[in-house]
Design a binder for this molecule. Structure first.
Ligand SMILES: C[S@@+](CC[C@H](N)C(=O)[O-])C[C@H]1O[C@@H](n2cnc3c(N)ncnc32)[C@H](O)[C@@H]1O
Length: 276
């Protein structure tokens, strides 16, 4: 498999190139530097959500056994990649974040996996894949129209692209917007899109036959203080940059809705199954 992948060999060059040419990815990397490296917010989020487990269950229900090749675009820490690995002979997992790539490497140790530490846009592949997945990663892809052309070429004739992301109007996004203006100021456009900046369904339909379905996932944050401790993860800012007044405001608003109960947030996912 390795010979199929042609790209840059110098990782530091890739990372600096990435920051110049991929503005969306750069935003994500900023997020990574705050919550992945400087706090345990992401670990806590993972502990309090059933999202990855649900995604693995859902993917397993739509991917039949004995598929040959999987491409995972933006594999993250590998939880989903390894969760569906038994269905495939070989897996190519692409992950540009250094921190997440290290985690991915720890769980994808066998010859079954080819791991690539680059953004998808920089990876050249000449193999046909039975399944291509992009779970919560496609919004970071710059020039999605062009990349979908490439993805279509990479799919075998009977292959499928499975794209998973947050449903546009889910409770998680509503709560996110409820406090965003308070945190950044009413005029700020910073982090105003947590999801796609375009109509993803419309775009996918230009290339594929698309079936859309939804499934529920949950985030249960034990206390309001725990919610506050995740603000760096939600909003991509250091906790220390959020004023005590804003924190008090958020606490009061949450108390109105949840009192002393855990904060249960429904977290609906949209899945797009795309075939040629
Ligand atoms: C929210 S995480 C999702 C990880 C994993 N797919 C999951 O669902 O658990 C988004 C992932 O997309 C990756 N990513 C960001 N920009 C990317 C790009 N241009 N190409 C490929 N992956 C990218 C991030 O590094 C990150 O691992």
């Amino acid at each position: 498999m390795k010979k199929l992948i042609i790209g840059f060999s110098c990782l530091s060059l890739i990372n600096s190139t990435l920051c110049i040419t991929h503005p969306n990815t750069k935003i994500y990397f900023k997020r990574k530097s705050i919550c992945y490296n400087n706090s345990n917010s992401f670990e806590k989020f993972m502990r309090w959500t059933n999202e990855k487990k649900k995604i693995v269950e859902t993917l397993s229900s739509v991917i039949s056994n004995n598929k040959k090749l999987l491409l995972d675009i933006g594999a993250g820490n590998g939880e989903i990649t390894t969760g569906i690995a038994d269905r495939f002979d070989h897996i190519v997992a692409i992950e540009p974040s250094k921190t997440l790539f290290e985690q991915l490497r720890k769980v994808c140790r066998t010859q079954k996996f080819t791991l690539v530490e680059k953004p998808f846009e920089k990876v050249i592949l000449d193999q046909k894949f039975d399944v291509i997945i992009s779970s919560h990663s496609f919004q970071f892809i710059t020039n999605p129209t062009y990349e979908l052309t490439r993805i279509k070429e990479l799919l075998s004739d009977s292959g499928m692209l499975i794209l998973i992301n947050l449903k546009q109007d889910c409770e998680y996004i509503k709560l996110y917007h409820k406090f965003r203006k308070k945190i950044f100021g009413p005029e700020s456009t910073y982090a105003q899109n947590l999801n796609f900046e375009y109509d993803i369904m419309e775009l996918l339909q230009q290339f594929f036959n698309v079936k859309q379905s939804f499934f529920d996932t949950q985030l249960t944050i034990p206390t309001i203080d725990d919610y506050i401790s995740l603000l760096d993860f939600f909003y991509d800012v250091p906790l220390s940059s959020i004023s005590p007044d804003t924190i008090m405001f958020i606490k009061k608003e949450l108390y109105k809705d949840y009192g002393d109960n855990p904060i249960k947030i429904n977290f609906e996912q949209a899945m797009y199954i795309c075939t040629k």
